[in-house]
Design a protein around this ligand. Structure first.
Ligand code: ATP
Ligand code: MG
Length: 278
């Protein structure tokens, strides 16, 4: 295990009468892939939004560690947490739909390298970003699709491109919100391989409902339930935890055939009802 790279202390978000994230103290190591799971509405996306500054916390703090020590990110804007080293993908894709795959990655690389450039749209003027984009496209398996317009990609390819856009920001920590959601069963293995590859040199925090993907990738699992962190530990321990079973995993059978085994309906996925939570 590496050193801690990201930590929260008592992180809380109220929306009117709802407490979406409730006093979460959590830390991510620099060399781990941690899965954040929990039923629909548990607060996972809100937790991501608090980390990256899309939302301001009601209480608590977010801190990020780099070579200069700990930095308080609490209340910073998304572009500030991104320049600190925190990048994310979205539960709903967030690409430039009418530009090409290559341009999506180039613009992200250029935005990271020179966020204030007056030549924002003229990506060809910056050959270093062209090279960087090509190598990222290769890494995420999209070289052959580089000239395609982003909106014409399959859902799985869009998730690959999102990862490429996130990588173009040269992140220390990648926050991935349901990277396998909506990906066809044939493509899930590709997405898993890609994340495994990326997780070798980045800290990854992954929200995912597909428990086969989670068990495949995660070094550690944290479980949110009604905004609270109810478990945090090694995958098999968390999977077998009684409170987690009751809150979320009631329907999960690790020995059941997986979506990618049988080409079926994603039987390894805990569904919309969150596995029977009240
Ligand atoms: N902007 C908002 N305003 C009001 N309530 C919100 C807002 N965003 C989220 N919520 C509420 O906060 C709770 C947590 O929602 P969140 O989207 O974080 O859950 P989630 O764990 O990501 O769920 P899912 O698995 O369905 O993506 C829910 O009750 C949701 O309705
Ligand atoms: Mg969500």
């Amino acid at each position: 295990m590496g050193d801690q790279v990201l930590r929260t202390d008592g992180l809380t978000k109220h929306f009117g009468g709802i407490t979406a994230v409730d006093g979460v103290s959590f830390a991510l190591d620099s060399e781990e892939c941690c899965a954040l799971i929990g039923p629909n509405g548990a607060g996972k996306t809100t937790f991501f939004n608090l980390l990256t500054g899309e939302l301001e916390p009601s209480e608590g703090s977010v801190e990020f560690h780099d070579d200069d020590g700990w930095h308080d990110l609490t209340g910073l804007a998304p572009h500030e947490t991104a320049s600190a080293g925190l990048h994310r993908s979205y539960q709903i894709t967030n690409l430039f739909p009418t530009t090409t795959v290559r341009e999506n990655v180039r613009v992200a690389a250029q935005a990271h390298g020179n966020a204030t450039s007056r030549f924002w749209r003229n990506v060809d003027a910056f050959p270093e970003y062209v090279d960087e984009a090509e190598s990222i496209l290769e890494r995420v398996g999209l070289s052959a699709k580089a000239d395609d317009v982003a909106r014409n990609l399959s859902h799985g390819e869009k998730r690959q491109l999102e990862l490429g856009v996130a990588l173009a920001g040269d992140p220390d920590v990648l926050l991935l919100d349901e990277p396998a959601a909506g990906v066809s069963s044939e493509s899930v293995d590709e997405v898993v391989d890609l994340i495994r590859n990326v997780a070798r040199d980045h800290a990854v925090l992954l929200v995912e409902h597909n428990m086969d993907v989670v068990m495949d990738l995660a070094d550690r699992i944290a479980v949110l339930h009604q905004g609270e962190l109810i478990a945090d530990g090694p995958p098999t321990e968390v999977r077998d935890d009684d409170a987690v079973q009751e809150a979320y995993l009631g329907g999960y059978d690790p020995d059941a055939p997986t979506a990618s085994d049988d080409g079926g309906d994603g039987s390894g996925t805990t569904g919309e009802d969150g596995g029977g939570v009240a």
